[in-house]
Structure formats: structure tokens, C-alpha cells
Design a binder for this molecule. Structure first.
Ligand SMILES: [Fe+2]
Length: 160
């Protein structure tokens, strides 16, 4: 990837973080969407977007989890309610579908985290609490042209 592409990604992430600062500081509008998720599931709702940006609200039921995945685009996440667990993984070998847990972070309300479309960017988000959690995700891609922000899914060799 060229340094020009990297600079564009950093610019996007900086702007997305500033916007998420607004959402996590005052989550009233996001919470008023009334988005709910059953235990073990997550639900998402499109918020806004254009040819370069796609923003979604996610509700996480207790025990809900994404697959282990990475992204082909910048991904910035802000927690507006509850706490989610974000786990970062490393591939066993270059190009391997098997990964090992590298780090795990609780992301409580107010937390903002960002993934760049370069390694290391393999993660999973889970709600390991008993209450619902809610997040806002801003991706740097055109969701009308590309079906998903996910580049690839992976398998955990050792589950935490
Ligand atoms: Fe993700």
C-alpha cells in the first residue's frame, strides 16, 4: 500500500473519531433509535453514508459475537451504551486462516477504537455481559458498491 493511501486512511480515521466523540458524549439520538437485540444476536441499522463512508448502529444482545474477521477499509467503533470486549488476533502464519489471541480489551461506554486496513487488523467484538450493549461503526467504504466491510474471516486455534 502506498503512503498516499495510508494518509487518506489516517485522515478518515481522524474524522470518524471526532464524529464518534459526539455520539459517545451524547448518545441520546442513537439510543432513541430503539434498536434491540436478542441474547446471542446482534442487530444493526444504517445511519448515514456516501460513496466513501458507511455508518451503522449495532445493538449487541448478551453473548452476541462477530466472527473473527478483518476489514478491507478503515473501521472506527464507538461504544454508546454498555461494554463490549474487543479481541485482537495474529495469524499463525502469513496468509493462514488460523489465528491466535493477541490482546483483549474491554471497551466500555465512551471508548473509541480504530482498525486500519493493514495488519494487524484481525479482531472480534463480543458482548460478554448480561446487559445489551450498543455501538456505532463508521467504515471507509461504499456499502452500495461493496456488500461488506469484512475482507476475510478466520478461525481461532485457541479460544479464550
Ligand atoms: Fe470489525
Amino acid at each position: 500500500m502506498s503512503t498516499l493511501a495510508i494518509s487518506v486512511d489516517e485522515l478518515f480515521i481522524d474524522k470518524a473519531q471526532r464524529l464518534l466523540d459526539v455520539f459517545v458524549s451524547d448518545p441520546t439520538d442513537v439510543l432513541s433509535l430503539g434498536l434491540v437485540a436478542e441474547p446471542g444476536k446482534y442487530e444493526k441499522r444504517f445511519l448515514f453514508g456516501d460513496g466513501m463512508t458507511s455508518a451503522w448502529a449495532f445493538a449487541w444482545g448478551a453473548g452476541a459475537s462477530t466472527p473473527i474477521h478483518d476489514h478491507h477499509c478503515p473501521c472506527v467503533v464507538g461504544v454508546v451504551d454498555g461494554t463490549v470486549l474487543e479481541e485482537w488476533f495474529e495469524p499463525e502464519d502469513e496468509g493462514s486462516e488460523f489465528v491466535r489471541l493477541a490482546k483483549a480489551h474491554d471497551r466500555p461506554r465512551g471508548a473509541i477504537t480504530a482498525l486500519r486496513p493493514r495488519r494487524p487488523n484481525i479482531h472480534r467484538i463480543r458482548n460478554i455481559g448480561s446487559d445489551m450493549a450498543m455501538t456505532v461503526h463508521i467504515y471507509g467504504f461504499n456499502h452500495k458498491a461493496v456488500a461488506t466491510s469484512v475482507d476475510r474471516e478466520y478461525l481461532a486455534r485457541e479460544l479464550s
